[in-house]
Design a protein. Structure first.
Length: 256
């Protein structure tokens, strides 16, 4: 599939859904999100085993299953993180919209503490193309549309070009957000791979996936996400178009 690059989407060890991805070649290492708990320990140990700096760590939004790994990394300071790419809302907004228990709120506070004390470079991407090392990124959504009571509406959405292939990372994009992107960008959303938004629980519309027209669908989910009622319409669409699905509950997804 690739000559010198690799994309890995990691299986969750925790009983829950997560987006934990790395994309790298011999020159550039990029991390996207990363879960909390045992997942953050496993991902960060993997990154340590590579014995190389992390050139860019992208945070799509501030739900704990997307900030856990970088929170641990910033706290332990074992990893050399050169750049953090984020457009997250304020600490107050995240805490207000995090309808979760004390354990999760503690992760949120540690994340913002870590970002505030981070000495490296922070990139707040605009809606344009960027070159991060050997990979090209196009950001379609870098923050919220209007006002919301849902942190998922803050999810960044972007396309990354890996050699001659493209992957659209949707994070926890909502149905409303996907329809706005569809209207604004249309065929520019087309990609070879797509991550299924919000771990299969509803998320992007069928019209959105139809326009993306992927050859492979990547499901960052547990089995309950893949088999939930909301995911049925997405699976039916993919099956109708004979688009293969790779699911993280079956193991790490590795494209190379």
């Amino acid at each position: 599939m690739f000559n010198n690059s690799k994309l890995i989407m990691f299986k969750s060890i925790n009983p829950g859904n997560t987006l934990s991805m790395v994309i790298f070649d011999n020159d550039t290492l990029i991390v996207i999100d990363g879960n909390f708990g045992n997942d953050s320990i496993a991902l960060n140990k993997y990154l340590e085993s590579l014995h190389r700096p992390i050139d860019y760590w992208i945070i799509t939004h501030t739900h704990c299953d997307h900030i856990g790994s970088i929170t641990l990394a910033l706290e332990e300071k074992k990893l050399d993180i050169r750049n953090i790419v984020e457009n997250v809302p304020s600490r107050d907004i995240t805490l207000k919209l995090s309808d979760q228990g004390e354990y999760y709120l503690n992760i949120v506070n540690k994340f913002y503490d870590g970002i505030e004390s981070y000495k490296g470079n922070i990139i707040h991407p605009e809606l344009k193309e960027y070159t991060f090392g050997t990979f090209k990124f196009t950001f379609f959504k870098n923050g919220i549309y209007g006002t919301t009571n849902d942190l998922n509406d803050y999810s960044m959405v972007f396309k990354v070009k890996i050699e001659d292939k493209t992957c659209l990372v949707t994070s926890d994009l909502t149905t409303e957000g996907s329809n706005i992107l569809l209207k604004e960008y249309g065929d520019n959303l087309k990609s070879d791979f797509v991550t299924i938004s919000h771990h299969g629980f509803g998320g992007a519309s069928n019209e959105f996936y139809d326009r993306v027209s992927p050859s492979i669908a990547l499901w960052p989910c547990m089995e309950n996400g893949f088999n939930c009622e909301q995911a049925t319409r997405i699976k039916n669409l993919l099956n109708e178009k004979i688009i293969p699905s790779f699911k993280t509950f079956e193991g790490d997804i590795v494209l190379e």
